[in-house]
Design a protein around this ligand. Structure first.
Ligand SMILES: [Mg+2]
Length: 271
């Protein structure tokens, strides 16, 4: 039976991977994705993590399959070339150049932004290789208020966006997110939106959870309400199961439904 899904885009933390799960990635899900890969589907882990953090965690999870692609830090694309993942030169170079130009414009405002946060909240602010402004809020309530403040600031700076995941947030360029990276992979693979599946659990997944990019949308039970709402609104699948079990549930549901539709199309009609 051929699969309707040719590109599987999974968020990692909270979606594929449950840190304290036993195991953190369910065997049933590994088998399902492995079967789909054998039937020609490509799998991308579309994550906010950087490469070393993701590879270390994947190694600890001891799964028997590897993704065909990685989208790292919600922006860079890397290709599995057998023994290692190699960056997609053209896309990643443009991504680095555009972020450098954007952050040059943002840098003069950083003291004021940090001062606003520090006088109101107990939060951790820092700079890393990917953003001159990174936040770890004390809790999700604080993160919501700071997120609103940062969104207001972004409206004044062309191409600036806040990427939020739980209590974490950082600045990014509007042209690079989980959605634009997924669109680029779909284009490079010569696939149609109808052949793409995307699943995620948090706000940073919203850019890829769009019917403009993926015919098949899903969220596990533990997804935040905004994600479940977006998936339901676009006739996607919200599982009754959490994390990786929810992803497996969604993939099985979609494959069964597509199979039933194919059967209907090939059965002779009566009357
Ligand atoms: Mg997540």
């Amino acid at each position: 039976m051929s699969s309707p899904i040719k590109l599987i885009s999974t968020d990692f933390d909270g979606t594929l991977f449950e840190e304290y799960g036993a195991p953190p990635i369910p065997k049933r899900l590994v088998t399902l994705i492995g079967d789909l890969q054998e039937r020609g589907a490509k799998w991308v882990i579309n994550t906010g993590r950087d490469q070393s953090s993701l590879m270390e965690t994947l190694a600890h999870a001891r799964i028997s399959i590897l993704p065909d692609y990685l989208v790292l830090v919600e922006r860079e694309i890397h290709v599995n070339e057998g023994s290692r993942f190699v960056g997609l030169t053209e896309w990643n170079a443009a991504c680095t150049r555009d972020h450098a130009e954007l952050f040059r414009r943002v840098r003069p405002d950083l003291p004021q932004l940090m001062g606003w946060v520090n006088t109101r909240f107990r939060a951790t602010l820092y700079e890393d290789a990917y953003s001159p402004f990174c936040l770890i809020a004390g809790n999700n309530g604080d993160a919501d208020v700071i997120h609103d403040f940062l969104n207001d600031y972004c409206r004044r700076v062309p191409q600036l966006a806040v990427v939020r995941n739980d209590v974490y947030a950082r600045f990014s360029h509007t042209a690079y997110n989980k959605g634009t990276a997924l669109a680029e992979l779909t284009r490079r693979l010569g696939l149609e939106v109808d052949q793409v599946f995307a699943v995620g659990d948090h706000l940073n997944d919203l850019p890829m959870l769009s019917r403009d990019l993926a015919r098949w949308l899903a969220a596990p039970r533990n997804a935040v309400e905004a994600v479940k709402h977006a998936v339901r609104r676009q006739q996607g699948f919200v599982s009754e199961y959490s994390h990786g079990d929810g992803v497996a549930d969604a993939l099985e549901f979609i494959c069964q439904r597509a199979h039933a539709e194919n059967q209907r199309l090939t059965l002779p009609t009566s009357g």
